[in-house]
Design a protein around this ligand. Structure first.
Ligand SMILES: [Zn+2]
Ligand SMILES: [Zn+2]
Length: 444
């Protein structure tokens, strides 16, 4: 029986190897040409979509019209679209035979700020945000991501004889408030739909267009927000002896907390505390009752994060103790976790991207901003996020040769050059997805 079984296995293997085509290496040159032709043909439509998204941005969890536009695009490509996943998110599925499920994520949201690019398609839209009227702008470039996402879907559908499996394209709300990924997961993203085998996302940034930046391991920072209410005892500015001055305590904390970074943290490890807002008092001659300090804490490693949180708390309590004030109210709210790019997914994509982009594919240092794309990786999806550039290479070179720095994401002047940026986004994302399908088909 044992012998027979072995014979059968051997002959079945022979049979398979004779009749099934040997899986060839991905023809990156041919694919690149096919992708470029597809993008060129679609570009007028994609640019119209980009300019429309750019001119009419929406804030976190309010991306109703934006989501509806993307849902219509994906349905027209034959995707099955489910709306309102995680409030305003979308899940678009395209099945193409047996194979892995590959997730591609875009964000939907914009920022509460005024765009000052002067572009013909600049946003002048306003909305009410936290009770206050504000301009809205796509100053983080999520409109580039959305357009690349639609273009990638179109390109992959056009190349469907080159891959087998399922595309799971998700449009995530509220990345800027690092809450949209969690909202989609809590709404059953990986239970109502299949859990993906691989996940990809891209982000644009102030580097030359045509370039793709990536890294293995840490890709973004842990982000925590800090809120401390220092409590004092208000009174007349001319009689400080009868008061406990919370402004003084807050000032002491703001200066001393930087010593947690410079004296307690290992200097070779990344860690930042930035105080972004101070709210206290009403008039020059009144010592207020309390002072509110708001800030952000960024780290890469959990151990560094723990050390910094402990140091911040100790410093706040010490500043308070010096003035014999009541204990401060310290609130640290956990935000996004650092992105960990999966080494195997990156290694597979890297080979294909290198063949397509040559020396325009570069390894980047870890980014210090935060990103909730990390939520999907932490939920068990091996993932990769990479960056693409948005500016003319000559302009970038001039800026790096002593010129003015180019406006980065979140600047009111952030203005990607649409065509080469979107083309690079589609080309890189399509090839990354194809690399994962191909690797899976080879059985790794
Ligand atoms: Zn942003
Ligand atoms: Zn962003």
């Amino acid at each position: 029986m044992k012998h027979l079984a072995k014979t059968f296995v051997v002959s079945a293997a022979l049979f398979a190897s004779t009749l099934l085509p040997v899986h060839a290496e991905l023809d990156v040159g041919g694919l690149k040409a096919a992708i470029e032709a597809s993008v060129e043909a679609d570009y007028p439509r994609l640019e119209a979509l980009y300019k429309d998204l750019h001119a009419h941005p929406e804030l976190a969890f309010e991306e109703v019209k934006t989501a509806a536009k993307l849902a219509a695009e994906m349905r027209s490509l034959g995707f099955e679209v489910t709306e309102k996943v995680g409030k305003t998110g979308l899940v678009a599925i395209f099945g193409n035979g047996d194979g892995p499920v590959i997730m591609v994520r875009t964000e939907l949201d914009a920022l509460p700020m005024e765009e000052k690019t002067g572009l013909a398609y600049a946003s002048r839209d306003k909305t009410i945000w936290n009770g206050v009227e504000t301009f809205v702008a796509h100053s983080c470039g999520h409109d580039i991501h959305m357009t690349s996402w639609v273009g990638t879907a179109k390109t992959l559908v056009g190349l469907k004889d080159r891959w087998q499996g399922t595309l799971m394209f998700i449009a995530q709300p509220a990345e800027e408030t690092v809450s949209g990924a969690r909202a989609m997961l809590a709404d059953g993203l990986f239970t109502r739909f299949r859990k993906p085998d691989y996940g990809f996302a891209l982000h644009d940034g102030p580097i030359p267009y045509g370039y793709v930046l990536y890294r293995v391991g840490v890709g973004s920072s842990n982000s925590d927000s800090l809120s401390i209410k220092f409590r004092g005892r208000g009174g007349h500015g001319a009689t400080p002896q009868a008061t406990i001055d919370p402004v003084m305590i807050a000032a002491r904390f703001i200066v001393d907390v930087q010593s947690v970074i410079s004296r307690e943290k290992d200097p070779t490890e990344f860690g930042v505390v930035s105080i972004g807002a101070i709210h206290a008092g009403t008039a020059e001659n009144i010592i207020p009752d309390d002072a509110l300090v708001l800030g952000t804490i960024r780290t890469f490693k959990p151990g560094v994060r723990a050390k910094m949180l402990a140091g911040i708390e100790r410093t706040a309590n010490a500043a308070t103790a010096m003035s014999d004030a009541p204990a401060p109210e310290i609130r640290i709210t956990e935000g996004a976790k650092a992105i960990m790019n999966d080494p195997a997914v990156v290694a597979t994509a890297e080979k294909v991207l290198k063949a397509a982009f040559g020396d325009k594919l570069r390894i980047s240092p870890p980014g210090t901003p935060s990103e909730d794309f990390s939520e999907f990786g932490n939920a068990g999806v091996p993932s990769m996020m990479f960056n693409i550039g948005v500016y003319e290479p000559e302009r970038w070179a001039a800026a790096n040769n002593g010129g003015l720095p180019l406006p980065a994401n979140h600047s009111p002047l952030f203005a990607p050059v649409p065509k080469p940026t979107i083309e690079t986004g589609i080309k890189a994302m399509t090839l990354a997805v194809l690399s994962a399908f191909d690797q899976h088909a080879r059985g790794k």
